[in-house]
Design a protein around this ligand. Structure first.
Ligand SMILES: *[C@@H]1O[C@H](CO)[C@@H](O)[C@H](O)[C@H]1NC(C)=O
Length: 179
C-alpha cells in the first residue's frame, strides 16, 4: 500500500514537472534544439534510480526507451561492456524516430560517428540487445567479415566498421513504466 501511494505521488510529481517543462519550452522556442542536443551529451554516470515516468539522470527518453550518449571513446566490445555496467546495452535502433534522435545527438556532439549495438554474426546482422533487426538505414555496407560492427554516421545513415576502432557510443535501456 505504501509503495502504491508513493508511486502515485511520483506520477503526479512527474506529470507536474513535465507540464512545467513544456510551458517553459513553449515560451522560449529560440535555440531550443541546440541547447537540448548539447545537454543530451553526457559522459558515463553512476547508477541512478529511475523515477516514475522518467529516464535516469543523463539519459534521454525517446518513445518507450531511454538513451545515453557516451563520448569517452571505446572499441565496440568495451563500449558494449560499459553499457551493461549502466544497466543497459549498446543501443539497437528500431525505428526511424529512434534513428533521427540518435543522428541529431551525433551531429550536435561534433562526433563523426558513434557505435551502436549492431554486429554481423553467422551470416546475419543482429542487435546485441536481441531486438529483431528489422529497421535498417544503410549508408554503405563494407565487407562483413572484416567490418562486423555497426556505427551511426553524423553525415547520415549507418555503416559497418572495424570493431577495434575507438568511438563514442550509445547505450539504451527500457524506459520507465508509464503512469
Ligand atoms: C578493446 O579495448 C580493450 C582495452 O583497451 C582491449 O583490451 C581489447 O583487446 C580491445 N578489443 C578489441 C576487439 O579491439
Amino acid at each position: 500500500m505504501k509503495v502504491l501511494i508513493l508511486s502515485a505521488l511520483l506520477c503526479m510529481y512527474s506529470a507536474v514537472t513535465h507540464a512545467a517543462t513544456h510551458a517553459v519550452t513553449h515560451a522560449a522556442p529560440v535555440s531550443k534544439s541546440t541547447e537540448e542536443a548539447a545537454s543530451m551529451v553526457e559522459g558515463p554516470l553512476p547508477e541512478v534510480e529511475m523515477f516514475a515516468g522518467q529516464c535516469p539522470s543523463g539519459w534521454f527518453k525517446k518513445g518507450s526507451r531511454c538513451f545515453l550518449m557516451v563520448t569517452s571513446k571505446k572499441n565496440w566490445s568495451n563500449a558494449a561492456t560499459h553499457c551493461v555496467g549502466q544497466q543497459g546495452s549498446l543501443a539497437s535502433v528500431q525505428s526511424s524516430d529512434e534513428y533521427n534522435f540518435l543522428q541529431t545527438m551525433v551531429t550536435f556532439s561534433g562526433q563523426s560517428s558513434a557505435w551502436i549495438g549492431g554486429f554481423h554474426f553467422q551470416g546475419a546482422w543482429r542487435w546485441i540487445d536481441s531486438a529483431g533487426f528489422y529497421y535498417t538505414n544503410w549508408q554503405t555496407q563494407n565487407s562483413v567479415s572484416r567490418y562486423p560492427c555497426l556505427q551511426l554516421n553524423s553525415n547520415g545513415g549507418w555503416s559497418n566498421y572495424n570493431c577495434r576502432t575507438s568511438r563514442a557510443f550509445f547505450c539504451a535501456r527500457n524506459g520507465p513504466p508509464s503512469c
